[in-house]
Ligand binder design. Structure first.
Ligand SMILES: Cc1ncc(COP(=O)(O)O)c(C=O)c1O
Length: 535
């Protein structure tokens, strides 16, 4: 994909970084490429887990995509994007009752059930709701997709019911009340770049469909062959050969369709559809040398795109990273490009050879449209979700706002834990520092001075100043300090010592002691005021 560097720099200037820019033309061409490689009898279901941005889902729906969702929010996004319930399937190894309920209420095409326990619960719920739940059984087959570096099936995983058990128990599944078993689902692995491997995977699943339906005399109406189609991320990889894929899949699916014309054939895809359309933009904040290596520290890293780490990949390789800030010089230099996190793993790329960088340059990590922010620890350091921008007809449209500190804080529940534990409110040292504009009143200083004089029996003619040091000038030891505080509690109305907030530095001078007392009083007042407001 050729990057429109000017537009990317403009996006960074207009919406800041870190941010994602999605190219609608690329999104459309990826979807079309897949559509053209599959016979008409196969329906494409876009997997929202890959990128659930409502605007992207809306676009994909307008191209003809159906959707696969895995949570209540993903279901709502699909509905909001205008996907008809009959074109939605609901998956996931741990669905909550509220998710089953909503899926049944709106009438999704299929709920893909991943265990008999789930089937039992769904049956009970559907019975109460007086509806029939449309179900596909997810099977973890005895076969694994050879070309997938990241396998979900064919090995012990928490997905689905293992093949032998499913074949043995399938007859029982349709006996559950208010359940219609519509077919089977298998999702075996992702990042597959060999057409033959995709073919073998689909062939195995279609055979499994036949085996089970024949064994139990069941008339299924759907089969989901998963997908897992990959895209090229690294130098030594090649894109999936779509011509070869088409040549292999067309006869396979067309033959199946001839035998089972009423069975909806579903292929799921996320990475292939959305992966290539995005550039992840970051700004070079600073450059440094550290133990012989050049580092470019940027404002977005693995917190926004954990995929660059290469999950499922033994050998860590770099995504393509480009400097999109154009400058006349193009000397190549090598850098480790990091994000903002306090972990040495926060590297967007290691030993990246790139046009010499200066601070403020905008970098684009390409092919980052799949498993970007949604599959990243966006709350690490509480940085939050990056902005998302759609590039369409050379126009930039904001399609998701960047999280602000206020957004993040709004989810924190600020309980008064000390009050809940029946303890007096804590006044921590920092909160003292934040109360800056409280002047130490002369009256209070006089009270303290008088008190010190009494306790320490200092004659009237001996001066006590605000900066008189309690220990050095006035000879106050720790026992006398306690004595002073106790008598000040008696003398100064509303002043009560909270041992948790008292620090040695408050006993430096007359002024620091007066300051402590005054701030305690201030805190007390503002608390009682806010209590009065609440009451
Ligand atoms: C059940 C299921 N469907 C669809 C997908 C999307 O896969 P991909 O991004 O490889 O297209 C996944 C990915 O893990 C998945 O587990």
């Amino acid at each position: 994909m050729t990057l429109n560097k000017n537009l990317l720099v403009l996006a960074a200037k207009k919406y800041g970084t870190p941010s994602y820019v999605y190219d609608s033309v690329m999104l459309h061409s990826s979807y079309t490429e897949l559509r053209n490689a599959l016979p008409d009898c196969v329906d494409i279901f876009y997997a929202l887990k890959v990128n659930p941005n409502t605007s992207l889902v809306k676009l994909l729906r307008s191209y003809g995509a159906n959707t696969e969702v895995c949570s209540l929010a993903e279901l709502e996004i699909a509905l909001k994007a205008g996907v008809a319930p009959r074109d939605i399937i609901f998956l996931g190894p741990c669905k909550k009752e509220r998710e089953h309920k909503r899926a049944l209420e709106v009438g999704v095409f299929t709920i893909v059930v991943e265990s008999e326990t789930e089937l039992k619960r769904l049956s009970a719920l559907a019975t109460i709701m007086n509806v029939i739940a449309p179900v596909a059984i997810r099977i973890n087959p005895n076969f694994s997709a050879s070309g997938s570096p990241w396998k979900m099936g064919g090995r012990p995983t928490h997905f689905g019911i293992e093949e032998d058990t499913a074949i043995k128990d399938f007859g029982r599944y349709s006996e559950y009340s208010n359940i219609e078993i519509k077919g089977i689902h298998v999702y075996n692995g992702t990042k597959i770049l060999e057409a033959k491997s995709v073919f073998e995977n689909c062939e195995y699943i279609l055979k499994l469909y036949k085996t089970i339906s024949e064994k139990y005399g069941l008339h299924f109406s759907m089969v989901d062959v998963g997908g897992g189609l990959g895209i090229k991320y690294y130098e030594n990889e090649s894109e999936l050969d779509m011509t070869e894929l088409k040549a292999l899949l067309a006869p396979l699916f067309n033959d199946f369709h001839l035998c089972f014309p009423n069975t909806r054939i579903i292929m799921e895809s996320g990475r292939f559809i959305a992966g290539r359309c995005a550039s992840f933009l970051v700004t070079v904040d600073n450059l440094k040398e550290n133990h012989g290596k050049k580092f470019a520290v940027t404002d977005g890293g693995t917190n926004c795109n954990a995929s660059v780490i290469g999950s499922g990949q033994l050998l860590k390789r770099n995504f393509n990273i480009e400097n999109v800030t154009k400058r006349p010089s193009s000397v190549m230099k090598t850098y480790n490009i990091s994000g903002p996190l306090c972990t040495p793993d926060d590297l967007l790329g290691r030993d990246v050879s790139i046009e010499e960088l200066v601070e403020g340059d905008i970098l684009a990590v390409t092919s980052t449209g799949a498993y970007g922010p949604t599959a990243s620890p966006v709350l690490f350091h509480s940085h939050g979700y990056p902005a998302e921008i759609l590039q369409t007809n050379n126009t930039l449209i904001l399609i998701r706002k960047r999280d602000t500190a206020e957004d993040i804080l709004s989810f924190h529940v600020d309980n008064d834990l000390r009050a809940l534990q029946g303890l007096p409110a804590a006044i921590d040292d920092n909160s003292f520092e934040s109360i800056t504009n409280v002047p130490v009143s002369g009256d209070l200083q006089l009270t303290i001075s008088r008190n010190l004089r009494d306790v320490l029996m200092i004659p009237d003619e001996e001066p006590i100043f605000a900066n008189s040091h309690l220990k050095n000038d006035l000879g106050l030891d720790s026992l006398s300090s306690v004595h002073i505080l106790v008598s000040l509690e008696d003398q100064v109305q509303d002043f009560f010592v909270n041992p948790d907030t008292l620090l040695p530095r408050h006993f430096n001078t007359v002024e620091t002691l007066a300051d402590y007392i005054e701030k305690t009083l201030y805190q007390y007042d503002s608390q009682s005021e806010s209590k009065a407001v609440t009451a």
